[in-house]
Design a protein around this ligand. Structure first.
Ligand code: HEC
Ligand code: HEC
Ligand code: HEC
Length: 147
């Protein structure tokens, strides 16, 4: 068990510090590599991603399924601004998914909803909140990986 945890940890460390994308994040280069103004703030224009305007998205009388309607599919909506290095395993079917992370309708990993939750309300730590992760990183990776 201890060995397995160590392996998971070293993978995480590798991903966080060695992967080019993570390095870009660590060095704060995302702002220049991602195109456009940051849409991930409360005051941002919701229609960057959504079909409906803010008022409808916040209305209690509009069904959630309508609110979830996006301008592009669950990968393209993010890749509009983020490069191809963004995310891994996207478009593939995971062999396992212990935490039942949401997948695309075809069972594949997506950018917008599998590992990320753009409207996270109950983040347990700063890292999860900072990167809009659906689960804290310690739980996220082992949903699909053993080590
Ligand atoms: C960067 C893209 C992006 C922006 C900008 C964005 N959203 Fe979303 N939103 C999403 C995604 C992705 C989902 C999940 C869609 C799904 O589950 O299929 C979502 C879902 C929702 C939902 C459905 C309930 C839920 O939480 O899943 C609401 C309501 C919502 N967004 C409101 C807003 C409002 C209000 C704004 C502007 C202040 C906004 N969104 C801006 C990407 C975005
Ligand atoms: C309109 C362009 C645009 C779209 C669309 C977009 N992003 Fe971003 N994103 C940005 C910018 C710009 C930043 C850099 C923010 C900063 O560093 O201040 C960013 C930063 C991030 C970060 C790093 C954490 C942060 O907030 O700084 C994550 C994670 C992220 N985006 C995920 C997503 C996901 C997932 C989607 C699709 C649902 C998405 N983005 C769609 C432009 C975009
Ligand atoms: C939703 C499932 C899922 C989650 C969550 C996930 N992965 Fe993966 N991961 C995959 C799939 C699928 C592949 C295989 C890609 C391939 O076949 O090329 C993969 C491949 C990898 C690889 C091999 C190198 C590569 O990029 O192909 C590493 C390392 C890795 N993941 C680390 C992580 C880490 C660290 C986390 C947590 C931050 C994580 N994974 C979260 C599904 C997932």
């Amino acid at each position: 068990m201890a060995t397995e945890n160590t392996r998971i940890l070293s993978r995480m460390v590798a991903l966080l510090f060695l992967a080019p994308l993570s390095m870009a994040w660590a060095q704060g280069e995302i702002a220049s590599s991602a195109k456009g103004a940051n849409p991930h703030t409360e005051s941002a224009n919701c229609e960057v991603c959504h079909m409906l305007p803010e008022a409808k998205l916040k209305s209690l009388s509009v069904p959630v399924s309508n609110k979830q309607s996006l301008r592009a599919d669950l990968v393209a909506v993010c890749r509009k601004c983020h490069g191809v290095g963004f995310g891994h395993g996207v478009g593939k079917k995971p062999d396992m998914n212990r935490e039942s992370l949401p997948l695309g309708t075809d069972g594949t990993i997506t950018c917008a909803i599998t590992c990320h939750n753009m409207h996270l309300k109950d983040a347990t730590d700063w890292h999860q909140k900072r990167y809009h992760l659906r689960l804290p990183i310690g739980k996220l990776c082992i949903s699909c990986h053993n080590k």
